[in-house]
Design a protein around this ligand. Structure first.
Ligand SMILES: [Zn+2]
Length: 141
């Protein structure tokens, strides 16, 4: 658009709902650079400004931002587990139970997550356990 910025009081061609055709309108109200309300010079009816068909927006091909490559926090944990795993004495692993108290670095055998090592005592009756699939917080005694 090379024309000067529009302002209220200017004339603009717009489709009039009452006249049923494109007529000259006077801009009544503007929001930023766009007329929002216009008055038809033919029928004097005021209405919202509609863009002429020619100015129809070509649907912008917006790419959905779903394919974000985000860092997998568990990847680090899995790698950590793989480094620790050779040092694990699986036969010393304690079967996991919510009622058992675990010490730091204790080996746990969890029915779902498998072999894991207590990394941290995570507050009251919770431990952070590193499993092959990543760290998980488990209830404990
Ligand atoms: Zn009109």
């Amino acid at each position: 658009m090379s024309s000067a910025p529009l302002s209220a009081g200017d004339y603009i061609a717009a489709k009039c709902t009452k006249c049923g055709q494109e007529t000259n309108h006077t801009i009544v109200a503007m929001v930023e650079d766009l007329p929002v309300k216009v008055q038809c010079n033919t029928c004097n009816g005021a209405h919202k400004y509609r863009k002429p068909a020619a100015a129809k927006k070509t649907a912008a091909a917006k790419k959905p931002a779903t394919r974000r490559t985000k860092a997998d926090p568990q990847a680090v944990e899995r790698q950590q587990w793989q480094e620790l795993e050779p040092s694990f004495n699986a036969s010393a692993a304690i079967a996991y139970s919510m009622d058992t108290t675990y010490k730091l670095n204790a080996l746990i055998n969890h029915p779902t997550f498998g072999l894991g090592q207590v990394q941290k005592l995570a507050g009251t009756r919770k431990v952070l356990v590193l499993f092959a699939d990543g760290a998980k917080v488990l209830r404990c005694g």
